[in-house]
Design a protein around this ligand. Sequence first.
Ligand code: TXE
Length: 497
Amino acid sequence: MTNVFTELKTPTTGTYKQPTGLFINNEFVEGVEKKTFEVINPATEEVICSVHEATEADVDIAVKAARDAFEGPWRQVTPQQRGNLLLKLADLIEKNLELLASVESLDNGKSITMARGDVGAVVGCIRYYGGWADKIEGKTIDIAPDMFHYTRLEPIGVCGQIIPWNFPLLMLGWKIGPALATGNTVVLKTAEQTPLSGLVFAQFVKEAGFPPGVLNIISGFGKTAGAAISSHMDIDKVAFTGSTVVGRTIMKAAASSNLKKVTLELGGKSPNIVFNDADIEQTISWVNFGIYFNHGQCCCAGSRIYVQSGIYDKFVAAFKKRAEANKVGDPFHPETFQGPQVSQLQYDRIMEYIESGKSEGATVETGGARHGDKGYFIQPTIFTNVSPKMKIMQEEIFGPVCAIAKFDTEEEVLQMAHDTIYGLASAVHTKDLNTAIRVANSLRAGTVWVNCYNLLSHQLPFGGYAQSGIGRELGEEALANYTQHKSVAIRLGGALF
Ligand code: TXE
């Protein structure tokens, strides 16, 4: 068992024991094929360590563990006990916040300040769903005097969950919270770029007292382990966060295997609308946060910025100054706002988008190049003089790159905002309450922020219109992703007809 742990070091916590095995049945194990893969520090481009890689055979083993737990011990746990286990897990995560945040920074490259915020949000999310566990209620329905009808909300069964690398722990929390609160068991695959924090988290699952097999966390690649999950005949539901293209593949695999239920949280190209009367200073800060938070690696990033003509020039000048002041660099420096992109591949994809913006004739107001000479750092970038059909206006860049366009009327900007295949998020900045509410009601997106951006709460549903996804995460709504209704009809004696 010794080679399923390794000793690592972070700048804020010193040395710690990093699990590297697959977490199945509450134990860390090697993969069946004994394969491993390297984990890269995106700030230095150096190898941090290697972790064990799950292949199809490991997915089978993890699914069997989850099925046995679902049919066995997990069924005997009362809803309140389930809630207590989640609360205990949240306490352990909170107690180990600094370690988890440091591992997250090391592996993902996000600034330590933001990583602490992520782990805090995980704690809140798991507590929130811990509170829901004993409030999953059916109905009695009065239909006829000689009958008794009621509904039960039952778990779906074994759930496969596939998460991305932009918020490794937060996505894990959003996924497992509602799934476990409602009595399901889980096989979760982390993203191949960022497996470390999920494995540290897994230790606390065991420590909290969850029965073996209830939550299994495996590291592996999309085309192998991810595909094995989405096409597995004994997984009842798959939940995915990632690219729209892979979302489609997962839905097809679900359809052509066992018609497992599917929820998807996919990409976006969210509009951020600024009216002439907006509080300019506040708006600049929120627009900056809207695009550059998490290095632009947010599905809801406000990447298309529409500014009304009366303040356009003033806005562009002030926003440029603000973007240039963002501190880019070492994720462990307390003042860093923007760290490196997660991988060489993501860095290359973003640089290609920057080049396409340039070659299609947009103006680079600031940025547009690499930052430094080591690590996957990109300068905060602003394009102006853009036209609606440019790639940088249509496709999700997923980096610190935005485009600003000018508009005159409300009607015009709504049309511009809706020129997209996506519908995840949006925002409007104005002091006029009527404009704010009218525009918020008109925008076709799962979230609208007014005079702010990127403020997510675990109590509020989050998800996409159009090609941004299917289903909602967070809030009471997420419980629906993990429950199914059973109707019970009881005849209270009497003749047959
Ligand atoms: O995503 P993938 P990538 C978007 C963003 C980004 C682009 C590509 O635009 O630039 O996607 O990123 C697993 N079957 N988002 O390539 O491939 C994979 O192992 C099953 C938006 O990293 O979608 C990982 O765990 N699973 C997004 C997860 O899917 C598969 C967050 C995400 O990887 C699979 C991330 C397959 N065939 C990227 N192929 C958001 N909505 O927040 C891959 N995976």
